[in-house]
Design a protein around this ligand. Structure first.
Ligand SMILES: Cc1cc2nc3c(=O)[nH]c(=O)nc-3n(C[C@H](O)[C@H](O)[C@H](O)COP(=O)(O)OP(=O)(O)OC[C@H]3O[C@@H](n4cnc5c(N)ncnc54)[C@H](O)[C@@H]3O)c2cc1C
Length: 472
């Protein structure tokens, strides 16, 4: 058969699911097209280390094109898919072009969910992309810079209070790494603030951290967080998030840095397939991972709601996406060779989360471990699954360096800073152009202890003691 006559498999998404599907189709008699709106595959489990300046973005991402360069029949399109025309078997790109398929694998993952409060997003970014991670890193590092220059002790305290909402693995890892970075890597670098006095507050609505883990492990994780200085507050439901405070019920926690790790929702592409979705928009798939009524379309990974024969809904984790990617590809191969498709069976290899250096919790093969052993297992697995030899080597060297020196290799504040003393209603590091001359004058006056223009406060720039011109 001529190459051009081979069936075409279109994979939307070059994340864990999509990439593993493409790899499993490498030698199959098909042409593969991977479409992703980003040019890189991202190792999301290490995003929090970019957000806390341990690793650089390029250490945990690799160009999709490079990963599949040895797949002769695989092409990569950098494009956003906006719709799927299932009757015509074509996906629709943002610019209106259409890409025809014989088989389609949809692996577009999930995104943040703010429980009906989308306005919280600008104040409390979630962690999903490289851009999210570098923005969180920017705000985190800027908070120390702003505190160093801030004359008002109350504002200074708010600047050095970091709130993480949601104590799942992402929230736990973020909070632990934020506390550790402040207490060790930044400890001696400032003159007017002591980063060791930083408060990191982890708010969790449920009764315990790492709710999906065994109760003993979640208790150990909580103890490890506390030993790093994290204030863990369970049973704390966040009712409001503002630019300078988080509310738990009526309690106001002044802060200028909030990270959201509480909710996810499926990629909106799932709703374009015209098949049933669950409460958070995941596509309810058949045992063979195809969608009901259309054997040409498969949905995998975080976008799929797959229920095991025992009635358990599989979690949104990387091993599920990888194994489903492989199985969807195998089912396409089986269909092409006239075999019966097989039902997907998940091989659960366990869970793990790390809490600073030396500390982690892990459950696998019926064992529950914590401490150094779990941490070493965590290191090994993460290095093993990183894409690309270069990334494995670089991450290994970075970790070794951070381990022995307590330093962070990627303490970069990127983007234009303008004034670090941003008005309370705006994120830290407001661009120069949006800071009014009056505000700048007020800031300068506050710093030097001189009188402040009468309208400084009404412009929302200063608060508390600063507008009275008090020195720290
Ligand atoms: C911060 C964080 C930490 C995590 N830690 C762990 C962990 O420690 N262990 C673990 O097992 N799991 C972890 N996970 C979960 C794991 O990363 C996901 O389960 C996994 O990435 C899901 O794979 P996927 O292929 O379904 O989606 P993703 O890996 O999210 O890939 C989706 C891809 O689709 C692309 N895409 C989306 N929409 C479109 C569109 N319309 N058009 C074109 N392309 C599109 C995206 O650019 C992306 O490349 C973590 C997740 C996050 C966010």
């Amino acid at each position: 058969m001529a190459e051009t006559d081979l069936p075409r498999v279109v994979i939307i998404g070059g994340g864990f699911g999509g990439l593993y599907a493409a790899r499993a189709l490498r030698r199959a008699p098909v042409r593969v097209t991977i479409i992703d709106r980003r040019n890189h595959h991202l190792f999301q489990p290490l995003l929090y280390q970019v957000a806390t300046a341990v690793l650089s973005p390029a250490d945990i991402a690799a160009p999709i094109r490079q990963i599949v360069r040895n797949h002769p029949r695989t092409e990569v399109l950098l494009a956003e898919v906006t719709d799927v025309d299932t009757p015509a078997r074509a996906v629709v790109l943002a610019d209106g072009r259409r890409v025809a398929y014989d088989f389609l694998i949809v692996a577009t993952g999930a995104t943040h969910h703010y429980f009906g409060n989308p306005e919280w997003e600008s104040v409390a970014p979630g962690l999903k992309t490289i851009e999210d991670a570098t923005e969180i890193r920017r705000r985190y590092l800027l908070a120390f810079e702003a505190a160093e220059q801030e004359p008002d002790p109350e504002v200074k305290e708010a600047l050095l209070t970091f709130v993480v909402i949601g104590a799942g693995p992402t929230g736990v890892e973020m909070a632990g790494s934020m506390a550790e970075t402040a207490r060790h890597a930044l400890a001696r670098d400032f003159r007017r603030v002591d980063p060791r006095s930083t408060r990191v507050i982890l708010l969790e609505g449920g009764p315990r951290v790492l709710a999906a883990y065994d109760t003993k492990l979640s208790a150990r994780a909580e103890a490890a967080l506390r030993s790093l200085g994290v204030e863990v507050r369970t049973g704390s439901i966040v009712t409001r998030v503002e630019a300078d405070a988080v509310y738990v019920g009526e309690e106001r926690i002044p802060t200028r840095h909030v990270v959201w790790g509480a909710g996810v929702t499926a990629s909106p592409l799932g709703t374009k397939l015209g098949v049933p979705t669950d409460r958070i928009g995941r596509v309810v798939v058949e045992p063979d991972l195809s969608v009901p009524g259309d054997p040409h379309v498969f949905v995998i990974g975080d976008l799929a709601a797959f229920t095991t024969p025992a009635g358990d809904l599989l979690p949104g984790v990387a091993p599920v996406a990888m194994q489903q990617g492989r199985e969807a590809a195998r089912n396409i191969r089986r269909t092409l060779s006239g075999e019966r498709r097989k039902a997907f069976r998940y091989n659960d290899k366990g869970n793990m989360a790390t809490i600073g250096r030396y500390r982690a919790v892990a459950e696998f093969a019926g064992m529950k471990i914590s401490g150094l052993l779990a941490w070493l297992a965590w290191l090994f697995i993460h290095i093993l699954y990183l894409s690309g030899f270069r990334n494995r080597l670089v991450v290994f060297v970075q970790w070794a360096w951070s381990f022995f020196t307590w330093q962070r290799g990627a303490r970069l504040i990127t983007g234009h800073v303008g004034s670090v003393l941003a008005p309370p209603g705006e994120p830290l590091g407001t661009p120069e152009s949006s800071v009014t001359p009056e505000a700048r004058e007020a800031a300068e006056a506050a710093r030097t202890g001189q009188a402040v223009p009468a309208d400084a406060e009404t412009k929302g720039w200063m608060s508390g003691d600063a507008h009275q011109g008090r020195q720290p």
